[in-house]
Design a protein around this ligand. Sequence first.
Ligand SMILES: Nc1nc2c(ncn2[C@@H]2O[C@H](COP(=O)(O)OP(=O)(O)OP(=O)(O)O)[C@@H](O)[C@H]2O)c(=O)[nH]1
Ligand SMILES: [Mg+2]
Length: 550
Amino acid sequence: MQTLPLPAVELLTAFRGRLAELQFPLPGPTAAAAEHLRTASLAQLDDYLIPRREHLGAPLLAIVGGSTGAGKSTLVNSLIGRELTPASTLRPTTRSPLLVAAPADEKWFRSGPVLPGLTRSDAQTQSASGATVLGIATDPQVPEQLALLDTPDIDSVVAENRALARQLLEAGDLWLFVTTAARYADQVAWELLAEAAHRQLTVAVVLNRVPPGAAEPITEDLTRLLGQRGLAGTPIFTVEETTLTGGLIPAASLAPLTGWLRDLAGDRARREQVIRQSLVGAIDQLAEHAEDLAQAKEEQEAQVREWEAQIERAFANARRQILVETGDGAWLRAEVLARWQDFVGTSDVFRTLEGWTGAVRDRVGAWFRGRPDPAQVQEELTSGLSTIVVNEVEQAWISGAARPGPALDHAQLQQEADQLVATWQRELLGLVRTAAPGKRQRARLVSLGLNTATVALMLVVFATTGGLVGAELAVAGGSAVVGQKLLETIFGEQAVRNLARQGADLLSDRVSELTDRWAEQLRAPLAELNAGVGSEELSTWAKRLRGGAQ
Ligand SMILES: Nc1nc2c(ncn2[C@@H]2O[C@H](COP(=O)(O)OP(=O)(O)OP(=O)(O)O)[C@@H](O)[C@H]2O)c(=O)[nH]1
Ligand SMILES: [Mg+2]
């Protein structure tokens, strides 16, 4: 006897709502299986759990199920004493289910909430759309409170038949398993019986077409098999092979079964126990499914987390690389640097503040006016920096390209990289300008040119951010050193150190902003994949269904 409290119908409805929203956006075998399970769970909730939980006192539904040709239709006809549903030698015969209820119970099945996916009809239909039609008939021979549902065969060659038979078994309170003396050991039937046992569905076996005198050994064997499958105590009704009269099994041969069904129908407490047991089993199964779904979802979440970490790593690397590469000088054309170094570096006048003369100013100015002029050096630096930024972001974007996400917008990236460089240059210019508060400093800065000072500062910053180690960096390093000296003659050593540090911080900030933005472009669609019903929520639902955590 089950004493566990049943979850409230509101809980089932709420869970149904969440299941309807649950998604497995990453394709794969696990997702396909999970999606299948989700659909099946929704059907089970709609077809059976919710209506049954809401109407515990509604008539009991006995599913007449079994292999094709076992005599299911013949049995239903015989129980009511007339040929209601066609039985035949054609296999399989029954294509759409037919429910027969006492006239008083008709309303419940015709317009009630059970099996809402099936369209009601007055007769059994054999049409192609038969799989979605539920025939409903009434007969006074059927006891009140216990309807019979003749179903397609469970092991049909017709796939829809098989699927429908299973769906109907899930929607029943009781399974009348019809088999024959010749076929009771069939594989498919036992798989379904094991599922029924797991679901705690009450089962009664009708062993049809038993040759005279063979009832005892067959019943013994069947009892043993049922015991092995967790169905000990299942009643077995043997029906001896007889000649059918008018397509019906003689009433006398069915007397024990008829009596059992009538007793059950008339005993409210037993009926409710059968219903409750089926409900508890089905809810337990639903909780198991919720756990399986949680696990499948967790796999997807873990995959998304891994992709997020990949993006994080790739863009952190891009950030680092941009700063390292800009500092190593390899990207600057040597000739441009060499001219800069030759000219500015050999000007001994920069060693002392006193040496700052009009002549020097003219020489520097001439160098910048000549080739390359400051705009050209500036162009070399800025386009180089922009290229490095673009390349590194592209590489970060491509690494782990298997993950879902938008395509890289090259034009947009180029534009943002150019913007980054322009912004940073403006900021350096601002730094240089405010670093010359004195009259004399300002005068020197003006005579050198704000842009020239900014170019010099850029080189110093690159040397600072990249660290400049190794022999091949000598050119860039030298250029930085002369640039630094040039600046020092104007601002002094400490001020230039500060300028370089501030400039490096600004560059690092601008680069971080850009890489963050682009990383976010890849992260955002991933975050969407993990939005909605998650694995933790599903685990909580499993516990709630089992009456645990509220
Ligand atoms: N002699 C005899 N024939 C039976 C008996 N039960 C069923 N049959 C015959 O076996 C054949 C199949 O019976 P059905 O009732 O159509 O079997 P079913 O289980 O409904 O088959 P499907 O609808 O295909 O799943 C029919 O020709 C019946 O007349 C029985 O107890 N004795
Ligand atoms: Mg049939």
